[in-house]
Design a protein around this ligand. Structure first.
Ligand SMILES: *Cc1c(COP(=O)(O)O)cnc(C)c1O
Length: 464
């Protein structure tokens, strides 16, 4: 059975169930499997005909052993992906030559985060109902993550969710995706403050021990191992359609917190022939700089047209760092402590795994040009995050005959202003959201005050 350890080496050996519910390890590190399960070429070939939930169950089974068996996983995956509105779940579109686009925006909130969050929610609900426990998830969002979480957890019996967003500072589409959800276990809070104020309040709620215990607080941020492993599935799904395991495939991934592209690293580790993982960033380019110069150095966040990637410290990077350090948890811990102090570190030598990666940056002007050029050349309207990937992918062509798959992480209608500025076209929302702008909203507006927020959460939910 696969067990999990912390990247910082001080949390012992843990089961999948522990890792699922805990998120972050107690020593401040991130959970990773102690060894990789692997799939041989014959096993991968045999997966070619599977539908998406069946593939998910096959790939995840070794990771969840002891918590979910294959058949149980299959049931959970069917439930999780039933809310996607494309028959292929993750359709692959041919652009030109060796270039492909993997559309990851057919889930309920039109961004790739639905893939992980939907599965995480059904896993949480199942484990908690076995234990007869309830949890209250609290989170802060600047857009995509909160919407994905609210949709995934709405109506789940064992879980209540309170989501804070900065009032007036997220797009109307993003806000309405959260506030038009009608479920009694959802509380939307519009905070009179900034996104950082929201995050500080969430931290303060966790630091209030009495409140934390009374409400049984939990979080579902992007470092949760279950979210990472759920994302491995679409890499394998796309590659199998392009001839893997008999042909290697390269991917370009629009990157912020390094969760999505790290799932590509896991796909390679378990046996998928991955030719390259290209880490594509906007002007917030800490990762692209790292892969170019081996120096990891925090900068200041610049707001861009791809806001879900406006991140300077990539929370999942620590998982790769452990591998770059040859699996040495003590060195990884020391590096992260140094980074917390000084905001930078440099690696003199990189482990073998570094060859898998390349990095590149596309600025906002290039992104706008890429949206227009892609529309002109292929008829596809792409969102700004996807355009970052497409712009960087052309500079990192693998060998001829090796497909390059760019990940389309959001539907263009989720970021209509940038798309209209680049093309003059306002992208239509998919049918499921045709009446989004007229549906009634449910949301409380609160001052930036811990007591006010805690009171609202207690009033809505009572104790857990
Ligand atoms: C979250 C997000 C990203 C960045 O993904 P990471 O896993 O944080 O690297 C890219 N595009 C969109 C649309 C997102 O919502």
């Amino acid at each position: 059975m696969i067990t999990y350890i912390s990247t910082r080496g001080q949390a012992g050996r843990r089961s999948f169930e522990d890792v699922l519910l805990a998120g972050l390890a107690e020593d401040g590190g991130l959970f990773v499997p102690e060894i990789w399960p692997t799939f041989g070429a014959d096993e991968l070939r045999a997966m070619r005909g599977l539908d998406y939930p069946s593939l998910a169950a096959r790939l995840l089974a070794p990771f969840t052993e002891g918590c979910f068996g294959h058949d149980e996983l299959l049931g959970l995956a069917r439930k999780a992906y039933a809310s996607f509105d494309h028959a292929a779940t993750a359709p692959l579109r041919h652009l030109a030559g060796d270039d492909w686009l993997l559309e990851l925006f057919h889930g309920p909130t039109l961004a790739f985060k639905d893939f992980a969050m939907q599965l995480l929610a059904v896993m949480f609900d199942e484990v908690l109902s076995r234990r007869g426990q309830q949890l209250t998830i609290v989170g802060a969002t600047s857009g995509d993550t909160g919407a994905a979480a609210v949709h995934a957890f709405a109506g789940k019996r064992q879980i209540r969710i309170a989501m804070l967003h900065p009032e007036g500072r997220i797009s109307p589409v993003q806000r309405r995706q959260m506030t038009t959800v009608r479920a009694d276990n959802v509380l939307n809070i519009a905070l009179r403050g900034t996104f950082d104020d929201c995050q500080d309040l969430v931290k303060a709620m966790f630091n209030d021990a009495a409140f934390r215990q009374r409400m049984r607080l939990s979080a579902v941020n992007s470092i949760n191992w279950a979210r990472v492993v759920a994302q491995v599935v679409y890499y394998v799904w796309a590659a199998l359609r392009l001839g893997a395991p008999d042909r290697p495939v390269a991917f370009t991934v629009p990157t912020g917190n390094f969760g999505n592209v790290y799932a590509g690293r896991v796909a390679a580790a378990i046996g998928l022939p991955v030719a390259k993982l290209v880490v594509a960033t906007n002007e917030n380019d800490i990762l692209a700089r790292f892969f170019q110069h081996r120096r990891y150095e925090r900068g200041t966040v610049v707001p861009t047209t791809s806001p879900s990637m406006d991140i300077q410290v990539a929370s999942n990077f620590e998982r790769l760092l452990l591998e770059l350090e040859g699996g040495d948890t003590a060195r990884t811990r020391a590096r992260m402590q140094a980074f917390a102090q000084s905001g930078a570190f440099a690696l003199e030598t990189l482990g073998e795994v570094a060859h898998l990666f390349a990095g590149g940056t596309a600025d906002q002007g290039t992104v706008a040009e890429t949206i227009a050029a892609t529309l002109h050349a292929t008829g596809e309207l792409v969102d700004p995050h996807t355009a970052v990937a497409l712009a960087v992918a052309v500079r990192h062509r693998p060998l001829p005959g090796v497909p390059m798959v760019s990940l389309a992480t959001a539907h263009p209608a989720k970021f209509p202003d940038a798309v209209r500025a680049a093309t003059g076209i306002v992208p239509d929302l998919p049918a499921r959201y045709a009446d989004l702008m007229t549906r009634p909203e449910r949301c409380v507006s609160l001052d930036n005050d811990l007591h006010a927020v805690e009171t609202a959460v207690c009033q809505q939910f009572g104790a857990a």
